[in-house]
Write a protein that binds this ligand. Structure first.
Ligand SMILES: [Ca+2]
Length: 277
């Protein structure tokens, strides 16, 4: 009887310890898991199985949870610099000290918690995804999700219409004006915006167009032979706040970019997916 009582007390103490030391809160992996949307499978020929996708790009706060839990050092922190766009010159350059916390360098404001994390390499994104029990999306999965699971195959944007501005309301954080000389900031954001402020797609996804480019798992394929890859650059989808309709226009459901996997940029983030089964 005494032994049973001792074991019971031990279990209760252990349960209390788990509750107090590992509380289920905004920063826990449990809450990160919950913010996903079920994307239906594609046509048989596409071989896309149903999967879960993050509602929005991984935020600065979510990425901080990963750093705090693991002590992980990002590629930008290892290199000591990262890619920053200079609005004065209209050019990209490596800026010392720029990283996920200070995406435009230490002399510029810290990244807000509810904005997409940027200045993360493909390796950083993959490490985060593995930590949280997810993976990076295949490019075909990302586009299938952007097309509302195949419901808007003939559309240009995830919301299905042909314009980014409707009734004086913008549907994505992109560039207004003449890139790179003038940005009127008509949508209210010169750089990143809080995730979700431009609404949801019919499937419930946020920021599938604009805000930040998102890393995919695929290597860039050769234009001459789509079946072959040179394994030099990883695909990105979705466009960013630096995209306009004339120069970039990357925020369409089919727009894409690519970089070598160690690249970190102030307009490049990611979101994760998870198999349904
Ligand atoms: Ca903008």
């Amino acid at each position: 009887m005494k032994t049973t009582y001792t074991v019971l007390v031990g279990i209760l103490l252990l349960a209390a310890a788990v509750f107090f030391f590992f509380p289920k809160g905004e920063d826990s992996t449990d809450s990160i898991q919950e913010k996903m949307v079920l994307i239906p499978s594609g046509p048989t020929a596409s071989k896309i199985q149903a999967f879960y996708m993050d509602v929005h790009p991984v935020t600065v706060m979510e990425f901080r949870s990963f750093i705090d839990a693991t002590g992980y050092e990002t590629s930008a922190e290892t290199f000591g610099d990262a890619g920053v766009f200079d609005y004065e010159t209209g050019r990209w350059s490596l800026k010392k000290g720029a990283n996920w916390e200070y995406p435009q360098g230490r002399d510029q404001p810290k990244a807000p918690d509810n904005h997409p994390v940027t200045q993360v390499s493909w390796y950083d994104a993959k490490a985060y995804a593995e930590w949280v029990g997810k993976r990076l999306p295949a490019e075909a999965e990302w586009e299938h999700a952007a097309r509302n699971g195949g419901q808007i195959d003939d559309a240009i944007y995830p919301w299905g219409s042909n314009t980014v501005k409707e009734n004086d309301t913008y549907k994505a954080n992109v560039w207004q004006g003449i890139f790179p000389l003038y940005n009127s900031v008509g949508d209210g954001y010169k750089n990143t915006s809080p995730v979700g402020v431009f609404g949801k797609t019919e499937l419930g996804l946020e920021d599938m167009a604009g805000n930040v480019w998102e890393w995919c798992n695929d290597w860039k394929t050769s234009d001459a032979d789509p079946e072959s890859t040179n394994e030099m650059e990883k695909i990105q989808r979705g466009g960013s706040f630096l995209c306009d309709t004339k120069v970039c226009h990357g925020y369409t459901v089919y727009g894409k970019s690519s970089s070598t996997p160690e690249t970190s940029l102030m307009n490049l983030g990611f979101r994760c997916v998870r198999d349904k089964n």
